[in-house]
Design a protein. Structure first.
Length: 645
């Protein structure tokens, strides 16, 4: 670790504090790729690398589809096979540490498939220390210097160390404590109540806590079949500081050092049993990480941080308040090829994420710094997702210095009906993956236009509803007689009409029910069963028929059907496992299967493609489609204004 100490000395001057209270600057997530040398004996002798560095920022990789071509990637930095631990630390990680001294958050994430060098990069070995020991040495040294007697600020450094394993948050410093919850305080800071926090004044203190905790993880690894590569390890270092004189300002900066679980595609490795279950959880959280990155890239109004523990924890590290660097580790061996391409694609998406760092400040009289486990410094103004807002309704209002810019509050002077409709429309746009601004945060003029469109739609629906009532009244006055004549019994629920009522081909107008039935009874060759048991049998054999018939019976306008299908497809293609469970007939297992399939094959072209997912049968797809379309239609009808009062 002498090298680390040297690095600290050489660059310490750059870390000195600049205590300016400027507006938060916009910082991009910086992305580096590190290619490790050949380490697998069998392959190093007879294999050539499929990746090659071009310069200090770019690399190329063979194109699996066309051997004449290569795929080129550019990043903030590229570290080749000969790069050292010192190179990557000094060039890429050391520069972000100074932000901690200004009360800002920083994070370092190592991403990549198992065996590509994440742990080597983060932890290293006693001879070749990685980012964690080097960063800790520098930070501790810096706080000692800055916080020396007679200097204006006093410092306290503490550490927590946790692991996210199968969506459980486990405290590595107190392994018996079980799954912990992740919470967000009223200012948007992420906290884990109950997580052990150890004060550290020296590197020896750090090692005393960190080494046994790492062994906890390693013991688990042997027992549970390389558990360490299947969990996310998160080291959290907090730098708290307090002014020694009035106004006793306080600041807190958090540094996350994260060794992510292997990003390899576990279906290709043929994992089974526990391994497959684990990979489901890992893939789901890494998949959500990708989605979070995409949402941030595209400036979408909703960022799905809450869809996995990992992203929830990283909420203030990605796209939030942190200075983040991501190191994608890749390996040169050919059998890593597909995972390498996936990692490079992930990394090049992350490159465009914008973070907005700010200083975490508060004022408090002296004497509290040491005892306080989690401080709640006011947080700068930050756009919040609708989801977050819903979850925080129980929080008291923030102090006037950090107003909560709640769109809901701005809307509070609109009537509840208008609010509800705007929220509904917002949700619909969101579920369609709208790339525009959420209605609740759109400027007034756009909002007025949207409200107008909403009114027009409402009156159209109203017109259709009246027409329907009229037709229904007509039908009721005629139908009992007809049925009595046909069956010789009082009116029964109508039998399902046959396939003559088109579902995909739009109807230009709403066809009166009796007309459909007349057409179908006269033209259809399908036998319409009268008995309930026969009807059930037909429904089972031809669920699509049953659906068509039901929809025709409900007089569902074709645009609603098209909309419903589009909505289901959108959700199938963009929903997280958790969101997918909002669909009818999709439980946890099926949601995981869908997410997994999508990762491997890309988006579904149509809803029926769901049948291609292993574990979902054609019959289940038909039932799924029927249930979801009906639920959508029911939702639309129940959202209609009531006119029968
Ligand atoms: P991961 O954590 O991604 O699963 P590891 O860090 O355990 O991968 O690395 C796999 C193997 O490769 C280890 O034996 C490690 O020592 C070695 N290794 C990784 N990166 C390098 C590197 N840059 N130089 C030398 N050896 C490396
Ligand atoms: Mg590892």
């Amino acid at each position: 670790m002498a090298a680390a100490a040297h690095a600290a000395g050489a660059t310490r001057s750059q870390l000195s504090k600049g205590r300016t209270n400027r507006r938060p600057a916009v910082a991009r997530v910086r992305v580096a790729v590190r290619l490790r040398p050949f380490v697998e004996e069998a392959s190093s002798t007879n294999e050539s690398s499929c990746v090659r560095g071009l310069d200090s920022c770019s690399l190329e990789i063979a194109n699996g589809r066309n051997s004449q071509e290569t795929l080129k990637y550019q990043f903030d930095a590229f570290y080749g096979e000969t790069s050292t631990q010192q190179d990557i630390y000094v060039g890429f990680v050391h520069p972000i540490l100074r932000h901690l001294m200004n009360g800002q958050n920083a994070s370092v994430l190592a991403y990549g498939p198992t065996g590509a060098g994440k742990t080597y990069t983060m932890l290293g070995s006693p001879e070749q220390p990685g980012i964690i020991p080097r960063a800790l040495k520098d930070l501790l040294q810096l706080t000692r210097e800055e916080g020396a007697e007679g200097r204006p600020w006093a410092f306290a450094v503490s550490m927590s160390y946790l692991e996210i394993y199968q969506e459980k948050v486990l405290d590595l410093l107190a392994p018996a404590s079980g799954d912990l919850v992740i919470r967000e305080d009223r200012w948007g800071n992420i906290l884990i109540p109950g997580l052990t926090q150890k004060p550290i004044a020296s590197f020896t203190d750090f090692e005393q806590h960190f080494l046994p905790a790492s062994r906890n993880r390693t013991v688990g690894a042997t027992r549970l079949n390389q558990r360490s590569s299947r969990s996310h390890a998160v080291l959290l270092v907090k730098v708290e500081q307090r002014q020694r004189t009035a106004p006793f300002q306080q600041q807190e900066g958090k540094l996350y050092l994260i060794d992510l679980a292997g990003s390899e595609d576990n279906r290709r490795t043929g994992n089974q049993g526990l391994r497959l279950k684990e990979s489901g959880a890992i893939n789901a959280s890494l998949f959500v990480l990708g989605k979070v990155v995409d949402a941030l890239n595209q400036g979408l109004p909703r960022v799905p941080y809450r869809d996995s523990k990992l992203t929830r924890l990283l909420q203030d590290s990605l796209g939030g308040s942190a200075h983040s660097v991501l190191i994608a580790n890749i390996a040169p061996e050919r059998h890593f090829y597909l995972d390498t391409v996936t990692s490079l694609n992930f990394a090049s998406r992350s490159k465009e994420v914008i973070n907005r760092p700010f200083t975490h400040k508060s004022f408090q009289p002296p004497g509290k710094l040491a005892q306080k486990e989690f401080m709640d410094p006011p947080k700068a103004k930050r756009a919040r997702s609708q989801e977050e807002l819903e979850d925080r309704t129980d929080s008291p209002d923030p102090p006037p210095s950090c107003p909560k810019h709640s769109p809901l509050k701005q809307l509070s002077n609109l009537g509840p009906a208008v609010q509800e409709r705007l929220l509904n429309l917002d949700r619909i746009l969101e579920s369609r993956g709208s790339q525009g601004t959420s209605i609740l945060s759109t400027p007034r003029r756009e909002r007025t236009a949207l409200e107008k469109a909403l009114k027009e739609k409402d009156s159209e629906i109203q017109r259709l509803k009246e027409k329907y009532k009229e037709l229904e009244a007509n039908r009721l006055s005629q139908r009992p007689k007809e049925l009595e004549e046909e069956n010789g019994s009082p009116a029964l629920p109508c039998p399902f009409p046959s396939q003559r009522v088109p579902m995909t081909k739009p109807l230009n107008r709403v066809v009166p029910l009796q007309l459909i039935q007349e057409q179908t009874t006269s033209e259809s060759k399908t036998h319409v069963p009268k008995k309930e048991s026969q009807k059930r049998k037909l429904q089972q054999e031809e669920p699509a028929e049953g659906l068509r018939a039901t929809l025709a019976l409900l007089q569902v306008p074709p645009h609603l059907l098209a909309e419903s299908r589009r909505r289901i497809l959108d959700l199938l293609n963009t929903g997280s496992a958790k969101e997918l469970r909002r669909l009818q007939r999709i439980g946890e297992k099926k949601a995981q299967l869908i997410v997994g399939w999508r990762e491997l094959h890309g988006p579904f072209a149509e809803v029926e493609d769901l049948g291609q997912v292993e574990g979902i049968s054609e019959k289940q797809v038909a039932t799924f489609l029927k249930a979801n379309i009906l639920s959508f239609v029911a939702e639309c009808f129940s959202a209609l204004p009531r006119t029968d009062a």
